[in-house]
Design a protein. Sequence first.
Lengths: 221, 221
Amino acid sequence: MRAELTREITDIARRQLATDGAGGLSLRAVAREMGMVSSAIYRYFPSRDDLLTALIIDGYNALGEAVEQAEAACPRTAHLDRWLAAGHAVRDWAVAHPHEYALIYGSPVPGYQAPQDTVVARLRDVTVLGAIVADAWNAGALHPPATPEPPAEVAADAENIRALMSGVPDDVVWRAMASWATLYGWVNFEVFGQFNNTIERRWAAFDHALRLAAGEFGLAT
Amino acid sequence: MRAELTREITDIARRQLATDGAGGLSLRAVAREMGMVSSAIYRYFPSRDDLLTALIIDGYNALGEAVEQAEAACPRTAHLDRWLAAGHAVRDWAVAHPHEYALIYGSPVPGYQAPQDTVVARLRDVTVLGAIVADAWNAGALHPPATPEPPAEVAADAENIRALMSGVPDDVVWRAMASWATLYGWVNFEVFGQFNNTIERRWAAFDHALRLAAGEFGLAT
DNA sequence: CAATCGTCAAGAGCAGTGCTCTCGTTTTTT
DNA sequence: AAAAAACGAGAGCACTGCTCTTGACGATTG
């Protein structure tokens, strides 16, 4: 009964998020729509930020699941297809849920601190991307340029990232990071309106950018 | 006298922006700090959104000016140096003014529509980047890979972008766009907290990513 | 069976917000 | 000098997140 109500609250909140954005999320409006009084919401979510946290975690999981499913539909050895499928899944989800995407990959909500619970859900999408890079590397399918070499001082940081793509050498790790930035940078541009009046064939342009990004970490197109 | 007061309002607002973020921008708080009554602010800015617009335009100009100055200090033929200087200028400014950066390159403020006045200021930074690519290409300094070729249907969009880098062929235009996405995607990750507990040597990692991005559009490192 | 305890919704209330309107005063323009 | 425009102050409206108290219901325990 309680679980049912909390789910209903998040559903309504998500709908408000889609129409009014993160700033327009109002506990009183949610309560109004549920026929409850505003203070009753606080029985389920101690504060507005806690409701936001729930929405953010849901967002991470929804995006991660979309990416996982799209990538899982590809043959394991078709590395480029897997990369394209995962990338397009990110973009498709972001375009379909721009406000939720803004919540998790846009500017941080002021005064809001993400609790530790979010950390596992947050990595689902990038875990998929890392696995593709690792599989491709271990299959001998990556042939990145040899230069430039990463500077020595970032070796420790590469070690952290390698958790997502075991067995991949440092230079490829950094190239994969750059491709990751290309992917999400492009999606940010599109979702946040930077392409308005400039790029109209959004899908084709993104697809080409994805292929360029694949080539950047050595995945032949 | 009027210009003086409007400048004071934007200054105080910018300071509040730096501490509380865009959502915490309060007209009443600005008025309080100026010793005025809240309604008096409306003599200078008809609404909160108009104040936001002024801050956004200021942000575009501040970022654009920082990039222009950093790039102008490099010899015209040192294309890689110009690229690195401009890229680091973007990152330095973004790290120094995270909330202002979020205002112009982060999630759009809900319900806020950027008026046409912003369009010239908005392009100052990317104009610099485009000029570097164009200069390098016209000097014969770019040697990008031939594949993959951009699909035919995005040719019209490339035409729009070529306004920023005249004389550059389509495939290089799209490679420059991808590098642009890499640059700003990386800065977004860093400023918006995606690198927390992962990448600590921020400057060195970004510098390497910048060099990878330069190589992506054919600028040898 | 009855008393108690914990959970819940309701309502009032506080401090804050953006914004509007009116009312005198001041400054500028005609 | 007279008319007009600009200005600051104040009150007020509808809204927000959040807290506190009150009363009702239902399950658990004596």
